[in-house]
Design a protein around this ligand. Structure first.
Ligand code: FAD
Length: 468
């Protein structure tokens, strides 16, 4: 039998996708890494998944795990490989309200999980613009971050247990529901963020939080990023660390947003250089209640704090959302970032992390020093400032791989001098392989390669990604 016939015998003809139907598995969200997979398969459960991986390993054919295919680094590129889509194991198996956990299958779409847990007044906090397509397997595979890391942590901080199909097809059961378990090496953390190079996560036990009963969301203008950090720290102190999001949009971002959406308006009557979207959340009943004027307690508290900041001169202007529609509008502006970046030619995505007090210096130096490499470069910047993550998109003056590399190197130089990382939350995939090669500690890279060889001796599991 051919490999396709064997796959069909294992999981049925309609779950073995070939020909024109392969198109949606052949191109990434950014449309930068087209490929021609051999086939895409859609197993229904862990046993079928394991059988498919065993077969691929026996035939020495590469497999590429795929969730929503919204990753931004080309990590689902699958030339000649078997794409293993998790779209059919998509059940939320259990919500245990008292233990505050959700047991879910890898193909569950992030926003579907949000909806299910919110019905029980709980929250799975991880959120970002692609939540309507990204899957649990994909967010675990990339250790995704998003806009509320400063309150709830990265994906890694939200996972208690996982089930994994290893490159040999063996099923590794790490479905712990425990907050403490010091029984040997932490294999869960090894698999999370491995971008599908060490195994395919089939299910997970996730931590849930109480759902905030009210939010207060505002656009705040300040003079500079130092003042922005003063606002963040003072707000955390004044509210018992209830800042959910602290997102920076420079003037150029606001201008790009207005130019792209004909109905869009700036957040303020005036244009400011430094615009921050701040969101507070509370689970405290007293703060969630409305007063006689119909205003939520948390919004009143936020406005009072902002008034003090205004008096002190650290806030120049502020607009607080007065209803859900205004809050949604603020979020839509921020979450349009990926779409807006498409308007720039020859883009180079730099997803970097800096210590919070070095972000301003990074932006200043990058703005100056990139001119030495490409005098006509432009940038498109947006940042999860609350956790020091900057999406520093460079629009190069021409499409030229040598120039692209030089730009990336220059940014890496500055980032590393300031104690940062060249990859904050999107991972490595294909797009950051050269950065890994140049910048990752050589011993650490060697250890990673040894781990990869031990778990995947035939190098079938998403080969060519992460490790240069
Ligand atoms: C509009 C937009 C906004 C975004 N915003 C953010 C953001 O704010 N923060 C952030 O961190 N990211 C962001 N991302 C990128 C983010 O990494 C992905 O959206 C998400 O994490 C990937 O989920 P997915 O299911 O689409 O995975 P895919 O793209 O399908 O896969 C991503 C990687 O995970 C692997 N993988 C997939 N499934 C599994 C599995 N079951 N087991 C093991 N490995 C697996 C794949 O092989 C690949 O290496 C954004 C993307 C878009 C398009």
């Amino acid at each position: 039998m051919t490999i396709l016939q064997e796959l069909t015998a294992l999981i049925g003809e309609k779950n073995v996708v070939v020909g024109a139907d392969l198109e949606r598995y052949s191109i990434d969200w950014m449309k930068q890494y087209p490929s021609q997979p051999l086939v895409a398969v859609r197993p229904a459960n862990t046993q079928e998944l394991s059988a498919v991986v065993k077969l691929a390993n026996r035939h020495n054919v590469a497999v590429v795990p795929m969730g929503g295919n919204t990753g931004l680094t080309g990590a689902t590129h699958a030339q000649g490989a078997i794409v293993i889509s998790t779209e059919r194991f998509n059940k939320v198996r259990e919500i245990r309200k008292t233990a505050r956990i959700a047991i879910v299958e890898a193909g569950v779409i992030l926003s579907n999980l949000h909806n299910v847990v919110e019905e029980q007044d709980l929250l799975f906090p991880l959120t970002f613009g692609a939540r309507g397509s990204a899957t649990i397997g994909g967010v675990l595979g990339t250790n995704a971050g998003g806009s509320n890391v400063l309150r709830y942590g990265n994906t890694r901080d939200l996972v208690l247990g996982i089930e994994v199909v290893l490159p040999t097809g063996e099923i590794m059961d790490l479905m712990s529901e425990l907050h403490k378990d010091n029984s040997g090496y932490n294999l869960k953390h090894l698999l999370i963020g491995a971008e599908g190079t060490l195994g395919i996560i089939s299910a997970a036990v996730l931590k849930l939080s109480p759902k905030p009963k009210a939010y207060a969301t505002a656009m705040v203008a300040v003079s500079n990023l130092d003042d922005a950090l003063k606002v963040l720290n003072k707000l955390q102190e004044a509210t018992g660390r209830s800042v959910e999001a602290f997102e920076y949009m420079p003037r150029s971002y606001i201008e790009a947003h207005i130019a792209h959406f004909p109905s869009a308006r700036g957040p303020f009557d005036e244009m400011y250089d430094v615009n921050i979207m701040v969101e507070l959340g509370t689970t405290i009943d007293a703060l969630a209640q409305t007063d006689a004027q119909g205003k939520v307690g948390l919004v009143n508290q936020f406005e009072a704090i902002l008034a003090d900041f205004f008096e002190e001169g650290i806030v120049l202007d502020a607009v607080v959302a007065q209803n859900q529609a205004q809050r949604t509008q603020m979020w839509e502006r921020r979450e349009a970032a990926a779409e807006l970046s498409f308007n720039f030619p020859n883009i180079i995505n730099n997803d970097v992390a800096l210590p919070l007090d070095r972000v301003a210096e990074f932006l200043e130096r990058a703005g100056q020093e990139l001119g030495q490499v490409d005098p006509d470069f432009r940038t498109f910047v947006v940042s999860h400032l609350g956790d020091g993550n900057i999406h520093y998109v460079v629009s190069a003056s021409k499409k030229d791989p040598v120039l692209k590399n030089a730009i990336m190197e220059k940014i890496e130089d500055i980032v590393l001098e300031l104690g940062g990382s060249f990859s904050a939350e999107h991972g490595i995939g294909l797009s950051k392989l050269s950065s890994m090669d140049r910048r990752k500690d050589a011993v650490a890279l060697d250890v990673m390669r040894r781990i990869k060889a031990a778990l995947d001796p035939n190098n079938i599991m998403n080969p060519g990604k992460v490790l240069p």
